[in-house]
Design a protein. Structure first.
Length: 402
């Protein structure tokens, strides 16, 4: 089999997605997600201008060699743009391999280690009582694990909470908006949120929380400690993790489980965190972590240190990535949980898929390959629109982590 044609499809059914389609001389094609939120066109260009010319003519079964060709062969390594582009190629090749062999991709990765994939939903509200209502709504939909975020008194906008009452989507059309941050207000508020939530929903529901990189190590240690009575499934991205050593301090002070890594793009971003057992869950995703080939190895490395996978699955990761994540999640032994943020109806129409949700778990389906398609006619109705994630400042104007 030979790769004969490769195209990049950029569409915006409510938000931007970049999809790679690799076509072969046998009529089989594969899809890969290449979406990097707010930087979509850079990945499209990296693919179009630099990778696709080297891909045409190759045997799509050579996933390992092709991965190394683009990783080592570029000389310049790592980085979100590069690794997202490599990931898209890798996903599409696994999709082709599965279709050609008549096998769902999970069967090529070791088969099913479990019947279904535990997922967590997103509940958010402008205040504690709205957040509690949302948690209960998701619990009624069957979710067994729910992330809870709430507006912070004194702050105009907060990560994870939509401005209006619509569904949360951090990227906004136009130029970046700015939000204001106060660690003091936030640190006072979050323990109250989880105290109220546990009182209302009891102990059985898994509760999660995302700090979104905004604390210092000692502040994160304090929050983790104060949240201990509420038994969180995890506290996510407590600090900005470039400084992997920062997690040592947090770990020393709290038994609240720690998750990190949605912005990581290589195992080297997490190597120390995993080797020193400073985290419990690795959040790196198939789309930003270099594809199925790279993520299977990252999961196997993490397994040695009893770290589990808890992949990023926000709405900016397309249904192609969600399908790839579910095939990996169901296959590996050290799976923990998968994020599941619902896509809007336009996105669902653009990307028909075999995966589904039932009673708190997700299933990749039995279709050969990844089990996801792209309806190009529908996609053409939704052209690209420039959009950015917000930027964040401290109250005195200092630019901070968003
Ligand atoms: C999450 C994330 C998202 C990201 C978004 C960035 O845990 O789902 O933190 O909300 O901010 O995916 O593109
Ligand atoms: Mg997050």
């Amino acid at each position: 089999m030979k790769i004969v044609n490769v195209k990049v499809i950029v569409c915006s059914p409510g938000r931007n997605f970049v999809t790679l389609k690799i076509e072969t001389d046998e009529g089989i094609y594969g899809l890969g997600d290449a979406t990097l939120n707010g930087r979509e066109l850079s990945v499209a260009s990296y693919l179009q201008d630099h990778l696709i010319p080297c891909l045409v003519g190759r045997d799509p079964f050579q996933t390992e060699d092709i991965w190394h060709y683009f990783y080592r062969g570029a000389y310049w390594r790592r980085g979100p743009v590069t690794m997202t582009a490599i990931a898209a190629i890798d996903m599409a090749l696994w999709d082709i391999k599965g279709k050609a062999l008549g096998a769902p991709v999970y069967n090529l990765l070791g088969g099913k280690s479990r019947e279904g994939v535990l997922v967590y939903a997103h509940a958010n509200g402008h205040d504690i009582s709205e957040t509690i209502d949302e948690v209960e709504r998701y619990r009624d939909m069957g979710y067994l694990a729910i992330r809870a975020q709430s507006g912070v008194p004194g702050l105009k906008s907060t990560y994870g909470v939509p401005r209006d009452h619509k569904y949360y989507e951090p990227a906004e059309r136009g130029l970046p908006s700015e939000s204001l941050w106060s660690a003091e207000e936030y640190l006072r508020h979050v323990p109250r949120l989880f105290d109220a939530l546990r009182n209302k929903v009891g102990e059985d529901l898994h509760l999660l929380h995302d700090v979104h990189h905004r604390l210092t190590p000692v502040q994160a240690a304090r929050l983790g400690k104060e949240l201990e009575p509420y038994h969180l499934f995890w506290m996510e991205d407590a600090i900005a993790a470039e400084l992997q050593d920062g997690f040592r301090l947090i770990r020393r002070h709290t038994t609240t489980p720690l998750a990190v890594g949605e912005v990581f793009n290589s195992i080297w971003d997490a190597e120390q965190l995993i080797r020193e057992q400073l985290i419990d869950y690795l959040r790196m995703s198939v789309v930003h972590g270099g594809g199925i080939t790279a993520m299977k190895k990252a999961a196997d490395f993490a397994a040695v240190y009893h770290v589990q996978l808890g992949s990023h699955g926000a709405s900016d990761l397309s249904p192609v990535c969600m399908a790839a994540a579910l095939h990996l999640d169901i296959a590996i032994n050290n799976f923990g949980i998968q994020e599941h943020m619902l896509h809007n109806p336009e996105t669902e129409e653009t990307f028909p898929h075999a995966y589904f949700f039932r009673d708190g778990l997700m299933y990749p389906g039995e279709t050969p390959g990844l089990g996801v398609d792209l309806d190009e006619e529908v996609a053409a109705r939704f052209p690209y629109q420039r959009a950015y994630l917000p930027v964040n400042r401290k109250e005195d104007g200092t630019l901070f982590h968003w």
